[in-house]
Design a protein around this ligand. Structure first.
Ligand code: GTR
Length: 483
């Protein structure tokens, strides 16, 4: 079965294979056909044109042209603001509890039926792009299952492949790669933490025997997060978002976005990479709902940096995720666009514009973050009433040789959580409990919004224990063991 799997590293070969198969099928059809050729057969199936391949520069320019933008504001580290006193350029946040009509949201019904859909529509149109309706079906296969030891715990690790139906455009093959590890001796379904992994982390999750140290890709602080999750009596899943959507501007006519778009470049309101990565997380959750080892109502999701942005999007859009650890997600993630410190929007829109919907580029050119109809306190509010933990590292500027997570702007994320508080309160939940930025290494985890700034650099590792304490109030190993 594993031979059938087409992962991202093998994708060019896979695409070539599909093309060859198509060509040979066409040849076969021609050989078997009577003397007439397809030109003489008006009903002959048309072979879909190949995907359009643009360079990142060409695709970026194409979006600029569609928007009529001549230039973006500069966005390098040198152009960024590093002075907190100058960060509050746009002090007026959109009020998550005021409707576009001007009416104040007073009941949870008004939130769910009126205001929340308005915010989602703004995110779809102006920020993240719209996930297409009727995306192809995903069929999950357990490629292998291995019983093994992780530390003292006996576990079963399943390697999973989500095969995406590509009948609508056979030139693009897409597979979602993931693993699921659960304690072998559990007597019932268990909570699971799903990680949205960077490529190196996913590779490490495939090592056999199981890796005791994990990958160094996002920082290694001794004990791995996987062991800490197992110590809670829970399982963990590792998802490879780049297996189904490459982290590459030039790859936007490939992967699930390319498949859905039949190889054509994106329109201004089409989904960006974060939405696509979040879509895959939801598909993995579909699989978890079918796995008897898992209590799918108790699935948490975690991601760091760009994967932290994607994890937040997954949590905001898919109400089945039970709890979130959003680590150093920064600009385009939990940070307020209007808090001008560290990474500016113009950096995302110059280098990583493909993570987002096309329209967001306007706000890094002629318009400013202050013109956005939403801000990311509302992305957090879309997760309400479910618990959200936001983590970050030290805010020192990222200088060569110095640890520092300043680029991700811990304070900008904290302020967003504070401003999401009223929605949590409206829904009967507890907010962060303070508007004061806490001292480094002080966890705020008594409410349904959690926050901690660790003393290290751009890594999720030091905040895992605080997150797991927080998550432990919602996910219960005993739920699995007693059932
Ligand atoms: C940076 C990017 C950030 C963050 C980071 C990462 O270069 O500017 O938004 O996502 O990459 O994902 O590590």
């Amino acid at each position: 079965m594993s031979e059938l799997r087409l992962n991202s590293r093998r994708r060019p070969a896979a695409v070539a294979l599909v093309v060859l198969v198509c060509l040979s099928m066409c040849r076969g059809m021609a050989q078997n056909a009577p003397a007439t050729t397809s030109a003489a057969m008006p009903n002959a199936p048309a072979v879909a044109p190949p995907p359009v391949h643009l360079t990142a520069e060409q695709d970026h320019q194409r979006l600029m042209d569609l928007l009529g933008i001549k230039e973006l504001r500069p966005g390098t580290e040198k152009d960024a603001n590093w002075d907190e006193a100058k960060g509050n350029v746009y002090p007026n946040l959109p009020d998550p509890l005021v409707e576009k009509s001007g009416g104040r949201v007073k009941t949870s019904a008004e939130w769910w039926n009126e205001r929340r859909p308005e915010i989602l529509a703004d995110y779809d149109r102006e920020v993240l792009g719209r996930t297409p309706a009727n995306l192809p079906k995903v069929t999950w296969e357990v490629v292998s299952a291995a019983r093994e030891k992780m530390g003292d715990v006996s576990v079963v690790t399943k390697r999973l492949a989500g095969l995406v139906d590509n009948a609508g455009y056979p030139r693009i093959a897409v597979t979602i790669d993931a693993t699921l590890t659960t304690p072998a001796d559990a007597r019932g379904p268990l909570p699971v933490i799903m990680e949205l992994a960077f490529a190196g982390e996913f590779k490490a999750s495939l090592l056999r025997p199981i890796s005791e140290t994990g990958s160094d890709e996002v920082g290694n602080y001794g004990q791995t997060w996987e062991k800490q999750v197992l110590a809670k009596g829970w399982g963990f899943a590792v998802l490879s978002p780049t297996s189904y959507q490459a982290d590459d501007a030039a790859g936007m006519t490939d992967g699930i976005i390319g498949l859905a778009n039949k190889g054509q470049p994106r329109n201004l309101e089409d989904w960006g990479g974060l939405k696509a990565w979040a879509w895959g997380a939801s598909r993995l959750l579909d699989y978890l709902e079918t796995d008897k080892a898992v209590d799918a109502k108790q699935v948490g999701i975690e991601g760091h940096s760009r994967m932290g942005k994607a994890a937040l999007v997954a949590m905001a859009y898919d109400p089945r995720f039970a709890v979130l650890y959003c680590s150093s997600s920064g600009e385009g993630g939990a940070k307020l666009y209007r808090h001008i410190y560290g990474e500016p929007l113009s950096h995302i829109e110059t280098v990583f514009y493909y993570w987002m919907g096309g329209n967001l580029m306007k706000y890094a050119g002629p318009l400013t973050p202050g013109d956005l109809p939403v801000d990311n306190h509302e992305l957090i509010a879309l997760c309400a009433p479910r618990p959200v933990f936001v983590g970050a590292g030290l805010s020192a500027k990222n200088e060569a040789g110095k640890p520092g997570d300043g680029w991700a702007d811990a304070r900008g994320m904290f302020l967003a959580e504070v401003a999401a508080g009223p929605v949590y309160r409206l829904l009967g939940k507890k907010d962060l409990g303070t508007k004061e930025f806490p001292a480094t290494e002080t966890a705020l985890i008594d409410g349904d919004l959690g926050f901690r700034q660790h003393g290290g650099g751009h890594t999720p590792a030091p905040n895992w224990p605080a997150f797991l304490d927080f998550a432990g109030r919602y996910l219960h190993a005993s739920a699995g063991i007693t059932k």
